[in-house]
Design a protein around this ligand. Structure first.
Ligand SMILES: NC(=O)c1ccc[n+]([C@@H]2O[C@H](COP(=O)([O-])OP(=O)(O)OC[C@H]3O[C@@H](n4cnc5c(N)ncnc54)[C@H](O)[C@@H]3O)[C@@H](O)[C@H]2O)c1
Length: 251
């Protein structure tokens, strides 16, 4: 039987791939055979070097994806180097924590730009290439706050709610062109994003107690879902938000 999870010959763009969940995703897709383009604002080669050591083709583009004018450049550079884009993993994202009553316009705009506006316009830019070949996988990074409102993170909750809706809206328009648009909603994962939360022992314990699996997730915990949604295994899955949360949403 052919391996329906095999990504050999595919080109995948992973945004925010230098650390955290993005690094886990980039390594997983590379392990399944894909060539990888890491796009990140941070200048760090560790993920790239680990993928190169696996024998896959890999490129890193350092850019600020929250700026609309940088988006097309990422797609043009990828096509110039790899010939096509088969998979886009919209993973880059930020969070700002301040009570809503004091929340600034800057914290609203910065978070909305990278977490949701860029997800839409980078998807649009790659879809124009994918549609030529009637093939493409776009996976967005949603959150538990795509479903609930969170505490002191209003722009993050708004942006991740938008990610879930963008996922469905694009699936509705583009499934007929052979594109699958889905999202992963990670639960509480151990990355830079949650470092401030984990500095508060009471908050950490109250979160852990609510997770049926009894522990926070790691970047490795998201790898199976990432390969599934990037591969032929999910060809008839459209507009789905897949929670990978140790059971949090089941409670
Ligand atoms: N950690 C969690 O518990 C958790 C839960 C749900 C969703 N998420 C989401 O997962 C995704 C990955 O987050 P993480 O937890 O690995 O956090 P992280 O902070 O470790 O990684 C985020 C990555 O995005 C990059 N990035 C940020 N702004 C950028 C920009 N303007 N241009 C290019 N790259 C940029 C960062 O440099 C970094 O590499 C985010 O979308 C986050 O919201 C995380």
């Amino acid at each position: 039987m052919m391996n329906i999870f095999d990504l050999t010959g595919k080109t995948a763009i992973v945004t925010g791939g230098t650390t955290g969940l993005g690094r886990g995703i980039a390594l997983a897709l590379a392990n399944a055979g894909a060539d990888i383009v890491i796009v990140d604002i941070v200048d760090d080669d560790e993920t790239k070097e680990r993928i190169a050591a696996m024998g896959n083709k890999v490129m890193r583009i350092q850019t600020d994806l929250s700026k609309y004018e940088n988006i097309q450049d990422v797609v043009s550079k990828t096509i110039a180097e790899f010939g096509k884009v088969d998979i886009l993993f919209n993973n880059a994202g930020i969070i700002r924590r301040t009570p809503a009553v004091d929340f600034s316009e800057r914290d609203w705009d910065d978070v909305m730009n990278i977490n949701s506006k860029t997800v839409f316009f980078l998807s649009q830019a790659v879809a124009r290439d994918m549609m030529k070949r009637n093939y493409g996988k776009i996976i967005n990074t949603a959150s538990l706050l795509s479903f609930s409102g969170g505490i002191t993170v209003p722009s993050y909750a708004a942006s991740k709610g938008a990610v879930a809706q963008i996922t469905k809206a694009l699936a509705n328009e583009w499934a007929k062109y052979g594109l699958n648009i889905n999202a992963i909603a990670p639960g509480y994962m151990i990355t830079n994003n949650t470092a401030p939360l984990r500095k508060d022992p009471e908050r950490t314990d109250s979160i852990t107690e609510r997770i049926p699996a009894g522990r926070w997730g790691n970047p490795e915990d998201i790898q199976g879902a990432a390969i599934f949604l990037a591969s032929a295994a999910s060809d008839y899955v459209n507009g789905h938000v897949l929670v990978v949360d140790g059971g949090w949403m089941a409670r």
